[in-house]
Write a protein that binds this ligand. Sequence first.
Ligand code: DGL
Length: 264
Amino acid sequence: MYKIGIFDSGVGGLTVLKEIKKATPTSSIIYYGDNGNAPYGDKQEEVIRTLCLKIGKFLYEKQVDVIVIACNTATAAALKTLRATFPIPIIGVIEPGVRAALEVSENKNIGVILTPASAKMNAYKKVFDKIAPEGYTIMERGCKLICPMVEGNWEVEYGTYMTDELIKLYLEGIPSNVDTLVLGCTHYPIMQDTISKYFTKNIVNPANETANELMKQLAQIKEKDLSTGEPTTEYIVSGNTEKFFDFAKNFIDKDIKEVKKINL
Ligand code: DGL
């Protein structure tokens, strides 16, 4: 049985976990949500990297076989550093997201909504410039408030008026020739129903392609058998356990037993 470490700044990475659980239902998973430090999207690159290194060390010491950075902002800030620091496969969400968008776009104009920190790092543009064939264009739109809105559960707390208006406002900034919109923050698929009201062309959630990438990496770790094992999922956060528990119970795991709090 494989042991997979996954982390995000909070509940967003659960959108990736959902796909991973489908792809490898027999793996044991440790999910770390750094909600005590969320949002990452407002922070400096170095600060995010330091947080990610602590989480990487924590998961590595838990003897996971692979780490999935289920956060675009963390992937942009720390994928290289984590790969250089820990001798196990480390998977990010950005390259899978770009690959998925390239497959789907017909007119070759791709838009990405992402956190301000990711936009500042040109998170998608950098990877896109490396792997996209000639003729494609990409534009990134930083959205400061969507992650705090999801993390704070505004939709449930205040109703849908504000969340709808906010998303509409951000999506108005997407040029009309964009035929494919990447949800470049793992919190955003949680709002996909609302997003699809205001962007009615292709929407790409990188989670699916990230799970495919994980399966490729796991297949290379030959000594383990993917087909057996009692699946366990351990949830750990750095901040509010109750909010995380309620969200995870609704969104992914109706049998969730507990959320531990560990500050790193
Ligand atoms: N879910 C994260 C991402 O994919 C980070 C959101 C945040 O904490 O700002 O970028």
